[in-house]
Design a protein around this ligand. Structure first.
Ligand code: GLN
Length: 189
């Protein structure tokens, strides 16, 4: 199994570390030619969604991701990655990939609660540590979207077919279970 990690900016190294700990082969995607072959999965990390959205277009990577998603590549987005996956990013400066039938709310927790940690339930996994950094949540999700996790009635984890997204950063904890969940998702297609 080969998983590419979008490495344009943001917290991509932590994802690579986690995947390697789980024995998965990884590679960094910095330009279009890094996507010359379809990987089994793609991770879109946290960072700044408006910047990443712009870079996806400038580097002509957006169309390639959409083409591969159409051909069965699984995608996991965390935080800014979640925003980028949504149909409606809630911000005109950020063009979403439109792969999640959801509306995101960027920087949804305001200044005071900008960053926080909590323990929350995640689908079949159970309780896991969750790190939120200027995080979004999903304000609306279509019926075809499976809600995997909510914190204080806000949706923070979803799955739609081959697309997985969390508003929090599992890669900034030592808990490997969400990455393992993604790997199992790829295996059980
Ligand atoms: N606030 C960032 C954004 O809106 C997301 C923060 C993150 O990825 N940690 O893009």
């Amino acid at each position: 199994m080969r998983i590419g990690v979008l490495a344009l900016q943001g917290a991509f190294e932590e994802h690579i570390k986690m995947l390697n700990e789980l024995g998965v082969e990884t590679f960094e995607i910095r330009q279009l030619k890094d996507l010359s072959e379809i990987p089994d999965g793609l991770i879109i990390p946290g960072g700044e969604s408006t910047v990443m959205s712009k870079l996806l277009d400038e580097l002509n990577i957006r169309e390639k991701i959409l083409e591969y998603a159409d051909n069965g590549m699984a995608i996991f987005g965390t935080c800014a990655g979640l925003i980028l996956l949504c149909k409606d990013t809630g911000d005109p400066r950020c063009k979403g990939l439109g792969l999640l039938d959801c509306t995101a709310k960027r920087n949804a927790y305001g200044r005071q609660l900008g960053s926080f940690e909590t323990i929350g339930k995640f689908d079949s996994i159970g309780e896991i540590p969750m790190v939120f950094i200027r995080a979004p949540y999903i304000s609306e999700a279509n019926k075809n979207v499976k809600i995997l996790s909510t914190i204080d009635d806000k949706i923070v984890g979803v799955r739609q077919n081959r697309i997985l997204a969390t508003a929090f950063h599992p890669e900034l904890t030592s808990d490997l279970s969400v990455h393992k969940y993604f790997i199992d998702m790829i295996k059980n297609r």
